[in-house]
Design a protein around this ligand. Structure first.
Ligand SMILES: Cc1cc2nc3c(=O)[nH]c(=O)nc-3n(C[C@H](O)[C@H](O)[C@H](O)COP(=O)(O)O)c2cc1C
Length: 197
């Protein structure tokens, strides 16, 4: 199984990327292959000049083609997804997400822009013809604590539960397409879902 994880935050220390870290660890638990792409990986000139033939974009397209499913995260900027993420996705061919389940994740300063997930981010993913878009996870900055010791964000239990539920459905959606994945039994507790073959 091959999961592509796309980070849409331009920030080096990022709450949305912290949620992606969690999803990556979740899949690494049982040796799924995860690949990670960040908007920060792209040369700004490639994006500004719409160089869709550039090797950075072509490599990204190949990673999408190889992926069985996509997890994509964006911060909320001006009530919508980050413009830099749109600049990257603009360079993809039409229907790039066809036959892929997609799990969207957003973080915003407050809960008041929660609708950005349903009214802005999901329609963008639908335009790329994502096969099935999960309900997704929206976290506000109050859902994170900052650990001074490790300089990391700690995710609230509420958001961990939402991530676990979405990841389970996302996994099952990929399983529908590729019958050869092992059937997993999920044991849920408040912090994690443990998958067993
Ligand atoms: C340029 C900019 C614009 C933002 N606009 C909004 C906004 O419209 N609504 C909102 O709820 N939060 C807004 N925020 C706050 C971020 O969405 C929030 O802090 C988010 O968790 C950042 O995610 P990140 O750490 O992954 O970059 C904005 C932040 C920045 C830097």
């Amino acid at each position: 199984m091959n999961i592509l994880i796309i980070s849409g935050s331009p920030m080096t220390k990022s709450r949305s990327s912290t949620l992606l870290d969690y999803t990556q660890r979740w899949f690494n638990e049982y040796s799924a292959v995860t690949q990670r792409v960040s908007v920060r990986d792209f040369d700004a000139n490639v994006l500004l000049n719409v160089e869709y033939k550039h090797s950075q974009i072509q490599d990204f397209i190949q990673k999408i083609k190889r992926a069985d499913g996509i997890i994509i995260a964006s911060p909320v900027y001006q009530s919508s997804y980050a413009g830099i993420l749109k600049a990257v996705l603009d360079l993809l061919p039409q229907r790039s997400f066809i036959s892929k389940p997609v799990l969207p994740i957003m973080t915003g300063g407050t809960d008041s822009h929660q609708l950005a997930l349903g009214y802005a981010f999901k329609p963008l993913l639908a335009t790329l013809k994502a096969e099935e878009i999960m309900s997704g996870v929206y976290a506000s900055d109050n859902d994170f604590k900052h650990s001074k010791g490790t300089n990391e964000y700690i995710i609230s239990d509420k958001i961990i539960d939402q991530l676990n539920n979405n990841l389970q459905i996302f996994y099952q959606s990929m399983n529908k397409n590729k019958k050869h994945y092992p059937n997993l039994v999920f044991h849920v507790n408040s912090q994690s879902i443990v998958a067993q073959r």
